[in-house]
Design a protein around this ligand. Structure first.
Ligand SMILES: C[S@@+](CC[C@H](N)C(=O)[O-])C[C@H]1O[C@@H](n2cnc3c(N)ncnc32)[C@H](O)[C@@H]1O
Length: 566
C-alpha cells in the first residue's frame, strides 16, 4: 500500500501539536492596537498634564506614542515622566528603544509578568489612569506559568473570576489595584467581553465600583492586518471607587472607528447613554434595541425552548479528527474497502437540506471530502490493513493525547450513539436542525440531537422546519455568540435555549409537502425562500397576514443581527 498521504496525515497532527511558532502565536495572544484606537483611548483616559498613566502590556508601543502625543497636547514639557509600562516580551523593549521623540524613561518600564507586579514595583503611589490592550489567551491556551499566576491571583480572593476565564480578564481586574480613587481605565478587549459568561460577570462585578462603565462594541475589525478577524470591544470605566454606575453596564455599538471616536469625544457632554446590559448582549446591540416584536411573540402559548423537545450533545470527540476521519484517497492507499469504514458527518455543510440522506454523504465521498470514520469496528472488519493504519500514528503522541487517555482503547472514538438530528456548532448564515435519515454519527464539529423517545416523525419535521422561521433564526442570533469572521457559535446549552414555535394542528399531508419543498429550497441555497415557507407553515398564512407589522419587525432585527456579525 502507498502510505505517503497517510503518513502526511499523521505528520500534520504532530506538527500541529508540536510547532513552536504556532504554539507561540496562539499562546501569546499578541495583537498590536492600531494608532487610531490608541489615540482615542489615550485622549479619553488622560485628563491633566501631570497625570500618571500605566500601560501594563505595551507591546509595540502604540499606546506609549499616543500617550506621549496626548500629554504634549495638554502642555506637558516632559511627557515621558508621566508614562509607565510593563511587558513580558523582550521584543516590546526593542520597540521601546526605537521610540525617538521624547524618549521613554527606562526605569518606568518593567520587563516581567504584570500579574505579579504591584504599585511598589513602579515606585509610584498610584496611577490616575490605566490604558491598554492585554494579551488574549484563553484558559485552554495558557501555559504553566500563566495558569500559576492566575490561580495565585484568584486565591487572594480580591475579585471573583471563573477559573476558565481568559488572561485578559485577570489583567483588567488586577490593574484596578494601581488606580487612584476617581481614576479612569480604558481597554481594547476581545468579543468574549460580551459573549462569554465570565466577561459579563466581570462587567456586572465592576459596575458597582465605578461611576460609569461603558462598552463600545466595534463592528469594524481592528486586527485584520494581524491575521485575525477577532472582534473588539472598547471598555471605558470612569471614577474608580465612586460607584455604583447609575445605569449599570452600558453597551453601545459603533460601526466604525470614526463612530467610536465621535462617541468617546462626546463623553463629557453626556449626550448619549448605552443600553443597560441585562442578559444576552444582543439585546443591547441591535439598532432597534427593544426587540419588541420578538418579545411579543415569546408570549405565544405555542413557543417553547428547543431544549424542551430535544437534547443537544456535542459530536464524538476523536482526539485527532485528521487521523480518524479520512477521504476516499486515504482509503485507497490503505487498501481498505468502503464497507469496512463508516460514513460520518464531519462537516455541517455535507448536510445541505432539511434531512440528511446517505446520498449527501456519498456526494461528499465522491468529492474527496473527509467523511469516513476509521474506528475499532473497522479493525474487526479488515484487521491487517487497518492495524497497519493505526500503527502510523506516532506512539509518543498516543501517550500525550488527553482524549485518548480517557478511552480504554485509543482507536475507538465512536460511541455508537446515533442521533436523531444535527445542529451546527458554528455557522455563517443561520443554524438548521437537520434530521438524520442516514443513521450516521457526527464528529464534535457538529452537535448531535436526541428527541424524546415518544416524538413522532411529524413532530421532528415540525421542529426542523420551525428552526428556519424568522422568529427562531432571530432567537438563534440572540442565544449564540460571535467572535468575528461572521461566525455564529452555539454551545449545546445555548442551542437548547433557542425558542421555537410548535403548532399542534398541521395536517400531515401539508407538513410533508412543505418539508419536501423546504428541503429542495435549502439544497438550492434559496434560504430566504425556505424561511418564508417555514414562516407560512409554522405560523399559518392567516396569522402572518394579521400580524404583518410584527413579521416586518422580526425580519428587520434578524437582518441587523446577522449584519452585526460581519
Ligand atoms: C494584545 S498585545 C497588545 C500590545 C499593546 N498593548 C498594544 O495595544 O499594541 C498583548 C501584549 O501583552 C504582552 N504580555 C503577555 N503576557 C504578559 C504578562 N503576563 N505581563 C505583561 N505583558 C504581557 C505581550 O507580550 C504583548 O505585547
Amino acid at each position: 500500500m502507498d502510505t505517503s498521504r497517510v503518513e502526511q496525515s499523521s505528520l500534520k497532527i504532530c506538527l500541529k501539536q508540536r510547532d513552536p511558532q504556532t504554539r507561540k502565536r496562539n499562546e501569546g495572544g499578541v495583537f498590536y492596537t492600531p494608532d487610531s484606537i490608541s489615540d482615542i483611548l489615550s485622549q479619553w483616559t488622560v485628563r491633566a498634564k501631570l497625570d500618571l498613566v500605566l500601560e501594563p502590556s505595551f507591546g509595540g508601543c502604540g499606546f506609549i506614542q499616543s500617550l506621549r502625543k496626548r500629554f504634549t497636547r495638554l502642555g506637558s514639557a516632559q511627557p515621558a515622566e508621566s508614562i509607565f509600562g510593563c511587558d513580558i516580551d523582550a521584543r516590546a523593549f526593542t520597540h521601546l528603544a526605537r521610540v525617538s521623540e521624547n524618549k521613554p524613561i527606562p526605569a518606568h518600564f518593567i520587563k516581567g509578568d504584570f500579574l505579579q507586579l504591584s504599585l511598589r514595583d513602579f515606585g509610584v503611589r498610584e496611577f490616575d489612569a490605566v490604558v491598554g490592550n492585554p494579551p488574549y489567551v484563553s484558559y485552554h491556551n495558557m501555559f504553566g506559568e500563566q495558569r500559576k499566576a492566575t490561580a495565585q491571583l484568584r486565591s487572594l480572593g480580591e475579585f471573583q473570576l471563573r477559573k476558565t476565564s481568559s488572561l485578559w480578564a485577570y489583567f483588567v481586574l488586577h490593574s484596578f489595584k494601581f488606580l487612584k480613587v476617581g481614576g479612569r481605565t480604558a481597554w481594547v478587549l476581545p468579543g468574549s467581553l460580551l459573549n462569554s459568561d465570565y466577561g459579563k460577570e466581570l462587567l456586572h462585578g465592576i459596575s458597582p465600583q465605578f461611576q460609569r462603565v461603558v462598552v463600545i462594541s466595534l463592528a469594524q475589525r481592528l486586527f485584520i492586518s494581524e491575521g485575525t478577524e477577532e472582534s473588539s470591544e472598547i471598555l471605558l470605566c470612569e471614577g474608580w471607587r465612586r460607584g455604583p454606575a447609575k445605569h449599570g453596564v452600558e453597551v453601545r455599538s459603533a460601526a466604525t472607528v470614526k463612530q467610536c471616536k465621535t462617541l468617546v469625544s462626546s463623553w463629557h457632554s453626556n449626550k448619549w447613554r448605552g443600553a443597560s446590559l441585562n442578559g444576552r448582549a444582543m439585546f443591547t446591540l441591535l439598532p432597534h434595541r427593544s426587540l419588541s416584536e420578538y418579545y411579543e411573540l415569546l408570549k405565544h402559548g405555542a413557543i417553547t425552548r428547543l431544549g424542551n423537545i430535544v437534547k443537544v450533545l456535542i459530536g464524538i470527540v476523536t482526539g485527532a479528527n485528521a487521523f480518524f476521519v479520512v477521504d476516499r484517497q486515504i482509503l485507497k492507499q490503505m487498501d481498505i474497502r468502503f464497507d469496512q469504514v463508516s460514513l460520518i458527518l464531519s462537516k455541517f455543510r455535507f448536510a445541505p437540506g432539511l434531512i440528511l440522506k446517505t446520498s449527501d454523504l456519498l456526494d461528499a465521498y465522491e468529492n474527496e471530502e473527509r467523511c469516513l470514520l476509521v474506528n475499532r469496528s473497522s479493525l474487526e472488519r479488515a484487521a491487517s490493513v487497518v492495524k497497519k493504519y493505526f500503527e502510523t500514528f506516532p506512539k509518543a503522541l498516543i501517550e500525550e493525547n488527553a482524549t485518548f487517555a480517557k478511552r480504554s482503547i485509543w482507536h475507538c472514538p465512536d460511541d455508537g450513539k446515533i442521533p436523531d438530528g444535527f445542529f451546527p456548532y458554528m455557522n455563517h448564515i443561520g443554524p438548521r436542525l437537520v434530521l438524520n435519515s442516514a443513521a450516521v454519527n457526527s464528529t464534535n464539529t457538529v452537535h448531535r440531537l436526541y428527541f424524546k423517545p415518544s416524538t413522532t416523525i411529524s413532530e421532528k419535521k415540525i421542529a426542523a422546519i420551525s428552526m428556519l422561521t424568522t422568529f427562531s433564526q432571530l432567537s438563534a442570533e440572540i442565544e449564540g455568540r460571535t467572535y468575528g469572521a461572521g461566525v455564529l457559535k452555539h454551545e449545546p446549552s445555548e442551542a437548547m435555549n433557542i425558542r421555537l414555535m410548535i403548532p399542534a394542528n398541521i395536517p400531515i399531508r401539508e407538513l410533508n409537502q412543505a418539508a419536501k419543498a423546504i428541503d429542495r429550497l435549502l439544497r438550492m441555497r434559496k434560504l430566504d425562500e425556505a424561511r418564508h415557507k417555514a414562516d407560512t407553515l409554522i405560523f399559518g398564512a392567516e396569522f402572518l397576514a394579521e400580524n404583518q407589522k410584527l413579521f416586518v419587525g422580526l425580519s428587520r432585527d434578524l437582518r441587523a443581527a446577522r449584519k452585526r456579525r460581519y
